[in-house]
Design a protein around this ligand. Structure first.
Ligand SMILES: *[C@@H]1O[C@H](CO)[C@@H](O)[C@H](O)[C@H]1NC(C)=O
Ligand SMILES: *[C@@H]1O[C@H](CO)[C@@H](O)[C@H](O)[C@H]1NC(C)=O
Length: 303
């Protein structure tokens, strides 16, 4: 009798845990990667994950991370967490290998991103007669602030780009190229190629150490981001990620939660001791599963 009782109780306890805590066997809601790209705060895989300010702009669909703005949806190529830079590509962008027409690119003014200083936008095949970027009479109130929208010191960039086979085949005069200067694309955060009377653009963020070899430039757009106004990485999030969890938000105050690999959410990290405390504290209210609790306490009591 004394040898049988513990195994019987263990069985009942296991049964109880499987019935009362179905979420114990459920999977993690917030993943720590999307396809090949590791995901850390402030990025997340979907609703409730990462930082709410970023969630509407960056999301993971079918293991593909994408960045959304009012001008389109762009694949995220990589994220440099130490420099806080996200690299994206634009399928409508021209490169040395291939030219194509594009409507341009724009950031949402309220998105928590800005262009990285290394990003260079080169407008291609612009109308030298009607494009506003070439109009010298673009005065901005007084004569001292003449608006120059093409960086003349960037002329070598145009020369190198126009040596690319895909571009040279079009036989365009070099005067149709412009290294666009407005920081963050001006007050509208937008490069509207139809308005600027250009047919294509190339964006890149590195010469890869070979300025004269446009084949090797890194094409794409580099965007900076900040965690918050003080740019602090939340300590609780660092601890959560170190213990295998993914940061998310939830609850009444939309506060930080740590989503652990076992599917549970804690307010600290996924190490056993603290998560057990969280489970016992949070669960009666989260599941509202009173009959199961009564059964659990009854089993423990019979031990
Ligand atoms: C944990 O939090 C995530 C993100 O907010 C949510 O989707 C998930 O349902 C939560 N899981 C539990 C068991 O409460
Ligand atoms: C700008 O220059 C023009 C001609 O050079 C002059 O007539 C005009 O008064 C100037 N305007 C201002 C605001 O300085």
């Amino acid at each position: 009798m004394t040898t049988l009782k513990p195994s019987c109780a263990t069985f009942l306890l296991c049964l109880f845990f499987f019935i009362a805590f179905p979420s114990l066997v459920s999977s993690q809601a917030c993943k720590s990667s999307c396809g090949e790209i590791p995901l850390k705060y402030p990025f997340g895989t979907g609703p409730g994950c990462g930082d709410p300010r970023f969630q509407q702009y960056v999301s993971c669909n079918q293991e593909k991370l994408s960045f959304t703005t009012h001008t389109g949806c762009y694949p995220v190529t990589s994220i440099d967490y130490s420099q806080q830079v996200m690299y994206i590509s634009d399928p409508s962008m021209s490169t040395c290998a291939c030219t194509q027409s594009s409507k341009g690119f724009g950031l949402d003014w309220d998105a928590p991103f800005s262009f990285h200083d290394d990003t260079v936008f080169t407008l291609l095949d612009c109308s030298t007669t009607s494009s506003p970027i070439f109009q010298i009479n673009g005065y901005d109130g007084d004569n001292s602030s003449k608006v120059l929208r093409c960086d003349t010191t960037g002329a070598p960039i145009c020369s190198f780009l126009y040596t690319c086979r895909a571009i040279s085949l079009l036989n365009l005069p070099i005067s149709t190229c412009c290294v666009y200067t407005p920081v963050d694309l001006g007050p509208s955060f937008e490069m509207d190629l139809q308005k600027l009377k250009c047919t294509a653009y190339a964006g890149f963020y590195s010469f890869s150490g070979q300025e004269s070899n446009p084949e090797n430039w890194k094409y794409g757009i580099a965007l900076k981001y900040k965690f918050n106004v003080y740019n602090d990485y939340p300590t609780s999030c660092a601890n959560c990620e170190r213990s295998g969890g993914a940061c998310g938000y939830g609850g009444v105050y939309n506060s930080l939660v740590c989503n652990c690999p076992n599917g549970f959410n804690t307010t600290s990290d996924c190490l056993f001791g603290s998560s057990f405390n969280q489970i016992s504290r949070l669960l009666p209210w989260q599941t509202g599963n009173w009959p199961m609790y009564a059964l659990g306490y009854f089993i423990l009591w019979t031990l």
